[in-house]
Structures are given as structure tokens and as C-alpha cells.
Design a protein around this ligand. Structure first.
Ligand code: NAP
Length: 376
């Protein structure tokens, strides 16, 4: 009898290296790796399909079973001109999840961006529900910012917060959670109308809010930066920042350009959670899918589906774009914590910013130390 599928995760790979590794898993151990040039040629022809089975354990003792479905969006085809073909890939991946009988599906990476969080754009769903996973992502981004500020003894109440990609689903959720805690907020994106509307909402709460479509023209210096723009590749140049700025890059792909000089800044990759109950993969693709320096780490967006499955709440917790509220963030964070899923230890491209992985969040926080002035 087939094993019931509690959850499915739909995602795609951020780099050609990771894409090659996923294909190697599907081809099995006896076939030679596909040469890099051939890979780029043939990759777009792969239809979305399940790559592995996943068991995710709650610290409460029970576990849920799911599948990871790769939509095989080529890492260099996230640009707008590929939008229609990529939406088709997400739809086909969703059809795989529905056919497998998944009860809840998380839409990782660009999957939810492409359909703008609107699961009505997906095929006939039957009993399957979809969540963008962005509420848990916001929870982990916000928690990461609070944690690094606490570790560095920074007063958030005196800080200027810049959000790049502020009008997006993740960006606006972060803005709503953090605006009350900082002195000033600067919102950046390309569409001025959407920026004005978010600024109006935030300043109604009495907060000083600036908007900017061009980061290079910013007149205020940011102390804390959250990068959550839907960029097709790591190309963001932040320009002028306050001394010892804190930068959270939660983009997938990453936002920050590797050529940006971020001296004296602390950079970390945000939006990541860690499961204390643990996950196992069949076939064992743990190292292929989880390229983090700590075990059992995953993006908030994919973890949200697993969290909801562990809780037995098969519902579209996060949908649409721009509706994430602090109350919903608190709610999903509490559900995740109940099952042992917390903010992952902080790290960046150079490695961990903390000394140890956590056992329990409370105890670990006391022992973890942020390395000063590390940059991507
Ligand atoms: N770490 C995680 O667990 C996790 C989870 C979910 C999502 N993400 C990542 O977070 C990012 C945002 O996701 P989302 O769902 O919030 O996407 P979204 O709703 O599509 O929002 C994207 C935001 O980026 C802005 N933007 C796009 N291009 C820009 C540019 N060149 N310069 C400045 N702003 C730009 C958009 O506004 P304009 O169009 O007006 O510019 C919008 O504000 C993506 O990279 C996504 O993959 C990460």
C-alpha cells in the first residue's frame, strides 16, 4: 500500500552545481555525471518530478511524511521573459503533488512569486491545499534580526531599517513586524505606487517612513538592511550604509552581489529554520538539498508546509501577496516552536556566525556568539 503523503515541497535549485547534484541523484550511482555544457542544454527539458521522500519528526514524538518535487526551473532562467514557461513548470509540479495525494504543499523559491501566491492558478486541487510558506519565512527573518541585534548589543529603537523588496509578500510582512521596533524605516522597490501605499499604512502607526526606488540616491544611512527582492541573480549593490550595518540576505537566489564591498558589516542569510526533531531523506539527498553549515536547516517557506502537517492543520496558511500580519507571524512561529522548529543558527558565505548549533533555542541563544564584522 502506498505511504500517505502528508506534505509536498515544490522548489528549484539556486545554482547549476545544485541542479547537477539533483540530477545525479535521479540518475542513480552507476551513471556518469552529465558534463556541465550538456547539463545546461538538457536541463530545461526535464519535467517536474519527485526527487525524494522526506520524514520530518516533531519533538513531540510523531512524524509526517512527504516528498520533494523539483520544478527544474533552470537557475539562469528566472527572468521575466521566462515567466510563462516557469509558471507551467510550477503548475506541472503542483499536478505531481496533487496526483501523489499530498495534503499540503509548500511553494518554495520562485514558485509562489510566479503565481503571485494565487493558488487558483494551479491545477484542480481536490483535497490538496497550498501555502506560500512566506509567513514562517517572515518569522525567521524577523527573529534573525532581533537575535543579531541582541548579540551585538544594538539598540533597535535607534536604528534605521532599510528593506529592499519591501512591497513584496516577505518584505511587507517584515516591515509590519519590525517598523514598531525601529526609529525609521526606508522602503525600497521599483514600483513607486506600491511603495507609497505601504508607507501610508506604516506611517499611520506614527512611524517615520521614507521610500526610495533608487538605492544609490538614498540620503539616509541604514543600520539594518533586509534584502528580500525577487532578483533573478545575486546582483544587488547596497551603496551607502551606516557604520557596522547588519544585513540579512533572505533572497532565493541571494540578493547581494558578490562584488559589493560590505566592509565592517555583519551579513547573514535569513529566513532559515532548523528542526530539532530532524529530517531524513530517501534517497539520502540531505547534502544536496541542504547546503547549510548546520544540520536539519531549511527555508522558512518550505518548512511552513511541514510545520502545518505536523500540527495537523492542512490549510492554506499563507496565500496571496502582501497580507502577512504580525499576529499571523506569531501564530506560525508558535506552532513551529511546538514541534521543535526554530530560527537556524546564523551564517553567511564565509561560514557560521555562531559557535554552536542549538539544542533548544533558549539555551543555545545564551551560548551562541556572533563573529564581529563578517561580510559575504
Ligand atoms: N529564505 C526563505 O526562506 C525565503 C522564503 C520565501 C521567499 N524567499 C525569497 O525572498 C524574495 C522575495 O520573495 P516574495 O515572495 O516576497 O516576492 P514578491 O512578493 O514577488 O516581492 C518581491 C519584491 O521585490 C521587489 N523587487 C523586484 N525586483 C526588484 C529590484 N530590481 N530592486 C528592488 N526591488 C525589487 C518587488 O517590487 P517591485 O516589483 O515594485 O520592484 C517586491 O517588492 C525572493 O528572492 C524569494 O525567493 C526566501
Amino acid at each position: 500500500m502506498p505511504i500517505p503523503i502528508d506534505f509536498a515541497l515544490i522548489a528549484h535549485q539556486e545554482s547549476w552545481r545544485a541542479a547537477a547534484d539533483v540530477l545525479a541523484v535521479l540518475r542513480g550511482p552507476y551513471l556518469a555525471p552529465i558534463p556541465d555544457d550538456d547539463l545546461k542544454e538538457i536541463f530545461p527539458w526535464f519535467p517536474p518530478r519527485a526527487v525524494c521522500h522526506i520524514d520530518h519528526r516533531s519533538v513531540l514524538g510523531h512524524s509526517v511524511h512527504g516528498i520533494y518535487i523539483d520544478s527544474f526551473i533552470p537557475p539562469d532562467r528566472l527572468a521575466h521573459k521566462y515567466r510563462h514557461e516557469n509558471i507551467e513548470r510550477v503548475r506541472d509540479a503542483a499536478a505531481c503533488a496533487i496526483k501523489a495525494g499530498a495534503r499540503i504543499v509548500s511553494l518554495g523559491g520562485f514558485s509562489s512569486i510566479l503565481i503571485e501566491g494565487d493558488s487558483d492558478l494551479l491545477p484542480e486541487k481536490g483535497e490538496t491545499v497550498f501555502t506560500t510558506g512566506n509567513t514562517l519565512t517572515v518569522a525567521f527573518v524577523v527573529k534573525g534580526i532581533k537575535k543579531i541585534c541582541a548579540l551585538q548589543g544594538r539598540d533597535m529603537g535607534e536604528a534605521t531599517l532599510l528593506i529592499v523588496g519591501a512591497t513584496g509578500d516577505v518584505g511587507s510582512g517584515c516591515a509590519r513586524c519590525l517598523a514598531p521596533l525601529v526609529k525609521r524605516v526606508v522602503l525600497n522597490a521599483r514600483s513607486i505606487d506600491r511603495l507609497r501605499s505601504l508607507a501610508e499604512e506604516l506611517s499611520a502607526g506614527g512611524k517615520a517612513v521614507d521610500i526610495a526606488t533608487d538605492l544609490q540616491q538614498l540620503s539616509v544611512q541604514a543600520d539594518i538592511v533586509i534584502c528580500v527582492a525577487s532578483l533573478e541573480s545575486p546582483s544587488l549593490l547596497l551603496g551607502r550604509l551606516g557604520p557596522n550595518a547588519i544585513i540579512c540576505d533572505a533572497g532565493y537566489p541571494k540578493n547581494l552581489s558578490p562584488v559589493d564591498v560590505l566592509e565592517d558589516c555583519t551579513v547573514f542569510f535569513g529566513g532559515l529554520g532548523q528542526s530539532l526533531g530532524g529530517m531524513s531523506f530517501e534517497p539520502d539527498v540531505h547534502r544536496v538539498l541542504h547546503r547549510h553549515p548546520f544540520p536539519n536547516v531549511g527555508q522558512g517557506c518550505v518548512m511552513e508546509g511541514m510545520v502545518l502537517a505536523l500540527e495537523g492543520r492542512f490549510e492554506p496558511f499563507s496565500q496571496g501577496r502582501g497580507f502577512i500580519t504580525p499576529e499571523r507571524v506569531q501564530e506560525i512561529e508558535a506552532i513551529a516552536a511546538r514541534h521543535g522548529i526554530h530560527l537556524a543558527p546564523l551564517y553567511n558565505a564565509q561560514g557560521p556566525l555562531e559557535e554552536v548549533a542549538c539544542e533548544t533555542e533558549g539555551s543555545a541563544d545564551e551560548r551562541q556568539i556572533a563573529a564581529p564584522g563578517r561580510a559575504v
